[in-house]
Write a protein that binds this ligand. Structure first.
Ligand SMILES: *Cc1c(COP(=O)(O)O)cnc(C)c1O
Length: 341
């Protein structure tokens, strides 16, 4: 075991705490009542995020679950069906919200690490027949959380968007980690608006804010979304204190994501040398998934004893997520712990 014990927390990129500079930006925010539309910092964040992605308008919400669920509600009618990968966050980790909030059924596909193609989607679009639910929406995730941070490029998205247009389907992006995807692929955020009807961007993942996500779409959709947010209890008052953290993050925490990706690669390289590891999934962004000979719970317990916190995603699978609060010394320390395990 290394001489000095550190605590390094790889459980999620949601655990980050605001930096002193982010806190200062929050403290200095000009605020108002956002339900009255009078919080200038919230308005500024919504406009800024929309402009970055080439969309008309934005809506600041407490969580990515809410932005996704509002988008699904905007883009469907009860009895419709949406298409998503079987690992999709909107289906697996949003508490059955698709059925509860929108009365919509879900057609699940088997993408490669959560990545779908137009060829996979096309045969799953229902014909116009009263027996079948009406297919109205496709949801993509970028990066794919359960896929181990796998990415779509815009080249891969284009034919899906084209297919959706041909069949009059809406296309929504769960972009909880869209900036990680863009950092990896080199695509431009501004081009995303050409292909998606809705985009959800999380500020509280890799970008490191304490709270918040933005939903981006055209003006009419955002107007409807604002009404749905109110129904869900998501209308916040002086939310500018939170939005200020979002603006700060968009200005200062996007560029640094490449550090998180580099850290993830270092961990993956070390893990692939470990004889207690059977397989390491290819790393694209800030998530490392790997399989262990022994039950994952046992390994995680041993790592936690040495200050390395992480989680399991399966009986023999462990997940490490790198983020803003993991620094080079934490990576160095973790590599030593992994070597000694
Ligand atoms: C975290 C996450 C969300 C949103 O989660 P909240 O905790 O509700 O903000 C949505 N999609 C994916 C892929 C995520 O990882």
């Amino acid at each position: 075991m290394p001489d000095m014990q550190l605590t390094v927390d790889f459980r999620s990129d949601t655990i980050t705490k605001p930096t002193p500079a982010m806190l200062e930006a929050m403290m200095n925010a000009k605020v108002g009542d956002d339900v009255f539309g009078e919080d200038e910092t919230v308005n500024a964040l919504e406009e800024k995020a929309a402009a970055m992605f080439g969309m008309e308008a934005g809506l600041f919400c407490p969580s990515g679950t809410m932005t996704n669920q509002i988008a699904i509600k905007c883009f469907t009618q009860p009895m419709d069906e949406l298409i998503a990968d079987q690992t999709a966050h909107v289906y697996r980790y949003e508490g059955g919200g698709i059925a509860f909030n929108s009365g919509v059924s879900t057609r699940l596909l088997n993408g490669y690490r959560g990545i779908l193609t137009a060829d996979m989607i096309a045969p799953e679009i229902n014909a116009d027949n009263i027996h079948y639910p009406h297919t109205s929406l496709v949801v993509l995730e970028n990066t794919v959380n359960k896929g181990g941070g796998s990415c779509y490029t815009l080249e891969q998205i284009k034919p899906i968007a084209e297919l959706c247009r041909q069949h009059d389907l809406k296309l929504h992006l769960d972009g909880a980690r869209i900036f990680n995807a863009i950092t990896h692929t080199g695509d431009s955020a501004a081009d995303y608006g050409k292909y998606f009807d809705g985009i959800s961007v999380c500020l509280s993942k890799g970008l490191g804010t304490p709270v918040g996500s933005v939903l981006l779409a055209d003006k009419d959709t955002i107007k409807k979304a604002r009404r749905i947010r109110k129904v869900l209890g998501g209308g916040m008052r002086q939310a500018g204190f939170l939005a200020a953290a979002g603006i700060y993050a968009l200005d200062h925490h996007v560029e640094r994501l490449k550090t998180d990706h580099a850290h993830a690669h270092i961990l993956a390289d070390e893990l692939s040398q470990c004889d207690w590891v059977t397989h390491v999934m290819p790393v694209e962004t800030n998530i490392v998934l790997f399989d262990t000979i022994e039950p994952a719970d046992l390994i995680v317990a041993r790592l936690v004893e040495q200050g390395v916190k992480c989680g399991t995603t399966d009986k023999h699978r462990i997940r490490f997520v790198t983020h803003l609060d993991v620094h080079a010394d934490g990576i160095e320390y973790t590599v030593k712990v992994l070597k000694g395990l």
